[in-house]
Design a protein around this ligand. Structure first.
Ligand code: UD1
Ligand code: MG
Length: 460
């Protein structure tokens, strides 16, 4: 079987400069979902028809091993789009799966079942089905092509909303925009499609042409009506995103992870959870994030392209981007870890601490209000409240190295480039602009004066 994905349209109802099929669902273009579904159904030879802003669409899926076909007139209609790919199936004796690029909810199991159905008809009825179309019964069929059938279940025609009569509009079996055609019969009929009132060539008109020729066509009902949603507007996109989001959450819940208030949780398709992870409301896990076993991800946390090892506790409203957190670490609440940072085992990065491009070894504590940038901090070191690593001199970023078992007192300023040794002790409030050797104590503070009775005098 070969497959063609139709993605050349203007997407006028989307009201967007960007091609409709490139609008994203959970961080991936809509077209990516259609492509994965087709691939997962076992079809390898895939063509994508592009037209409107073709190069952008091509770029989005160019690593996916597909061939591209250009539709010259992206207003030509769905039959014109399919004709543009004719070189792919013109002399092919088999079946071609044709799918609209705006149907991201179709499941690969449905496509597999459609393929199986075709083979069963060949095997038991000893005929070739000329066309099989995926349909569903919708309580409100508005906007979809209505499927008109005869008493034996063959499709007489598919009539588009704009052209349907009052009676036809009442039909609620609709066209899902997914078809399997027998290529020789497709070739015979698709070039006979006449322009509709709008001037477009409708792919759906093939069904009536086939019916007139006495070719056998059937409908295949989607197991779940949400599968056939065609994304034509921004609101359709929001609905589709919600369906895919809930499918992903259900998948992870079934694998043994707890998701509290799933209506608020966002997990993108390439994220993985190792099991027994507990996710609280409003969490976002994006990109290629990996979460180890038994982690807790607190409310409102965002984790992007990061690796979180086992048994990590992330308290509410923490943000981790492109970083690694080792096992048993404790992050947050309100921590920000970013730009290829690494937090070692059992370390604690707490309230309002920002860590940027830094390596923090094991058992380090930085629990409150610190900025740690371009630094390396050794095992078992304590970073007090309000410590700032001044890494930028106005022109360049510089590194700070703090050894192990060191103590950096509250509100100290470490001016990079700087080396602070093992067991070094920096007294609170110091401005450190010289290296501190192993074991030394550094203190820089104006001495404190006590003026007898002056306080009360000012306050009364
Ligand atoms: C189409 C079907 C309709 C069906 C619905 C299901 C036709 C005529 N109608 O309507 O029966 O119920 O899908 O979702 O097929 N495209 C091109 N070139 C074009 C026009 C469209 O490649 O010239 C592509 C679009 O990029 C899109 C797909 O074909 O991915 C479907 O086009 P769209 O305009 O969304 O068709 P619908 O009006 O939704
Ligand atoms: Mg559509």
């Amino acid at each position: 079987m070969k497959a063609v994905i139709l993605s050349a349209g203007m997407g006028t109802r989307f009201k967007s400069e960007k091609p409709k099929v490139l609008h994203t669902i959970l961080g991936k273009p809509m077209l990516w979902y259609v492509l994965q579904t087709v691939k997962n159904s076992g079809v390898e030879d895939i063509g994508v028809v592009i037209g409107h802003r073709a190069e952008e669409v091509k770029k989005a899926v160019e690593d996916e091993m597909v061939s591209f076909y250009y539709q010259k007139n992206p207003k030509g209609g769905t039959a014109d789009a399919l004709i543009s790919s004719a070189d792919m199936w013109r002399s092919y004796e088999g079946y071609v799966l044709v799918i609209n690029g705006d149907t991201p909810l179709v499941r690969s199991s449905t496509l597999k079942n459609m393929q199986r159905y075709i083979s069963m008809v060949e095997e038991y009825e000893r005929v070739k089905l000329s066309a099989l179309v995926l349909t569903s019964f919708l309580p409100d069929p508005t906007g979809y092509g209505r499927v008109v059938k005869d008493g034996e279940g063959s499709v007489i025609k598919i009539v588009e909303e704009k052209e349907a009569s009052f009676e036809e509009k009442k039909i609620n079996e609709v066209n899902g925009g997914v078809y399997i055609f027998y290529a020789p019969h497709l070739l015979e009929c698709v070039f006979c499609v006449k322009p509709s009132n709008s001037g477009e060539l409708y792919l759906t008109d093939i069904f009536n042409l086939m019916y007139q020729k006495g070719y056998k066509t059937r409908t295949f009902m989607a197991e779940d009506p949400t599968e056939i949603l065609g994304v034509n507007t921004r609101w359709d996109l929001a609905v589709a995103e919600n369906v895919i989001r809930l499918r992903i959450l259900q998948h992870w819940a079934e694998k043994g992870n707890t998701i509290h208030q799933p209506e608020s949780v966002w997990i993108e398709p390439h994220v993985s959870l190792d099991g027994n992870v507990e996710i609280y409301p409003n969490v976002m896990l994006t990109g290629k994030t990996k979460i180890g076993k038994n982690c807790v991800i607190g409310k409102g946390s965002i984790i992007e392209n990061s690796v979180i090892e086992d048994d990590v506790l992330i308290e509410p409203y923490s943000v981790i981007r492109k970083s690694k957190v080792m096992s048993k670490a404790h992050i947050g609440p309100f921590a920000h870890i970013r730009d290829e940072s690494a937090v070692g085992e059992e370390s604690h990065i707490g309230n309002f601490v920002e860590v940027k491009k830094s390596v923090i070894e094991r058992d380090v504590k930085a629990k409150h209000l610190a900025y740690i940038g371009d630094a390396h901090i050794g095992n078992n070191t304590n970073i007090g409240a309000g410590v700032v690593f001044a890494n930028f001199d106005g022109k360049k970023k510089h590194q700070t190295h703090v050894g192990s078992n060191a103590f950096v007192g509250s509100n100290s300023l470490l001016i990079a480039p700087l080396k602070v040794g093992d067991f070094a002790y920096i007294a609170g409030g110091s401005v450190v602009n010289k290296d501190v050797p192993d074991g030394d104590l550094a203190i820089s503070r104006p001495s404190l004066k006590l003026l007898k009775g002056k306080g009360k005098e000012k306050l009364t």
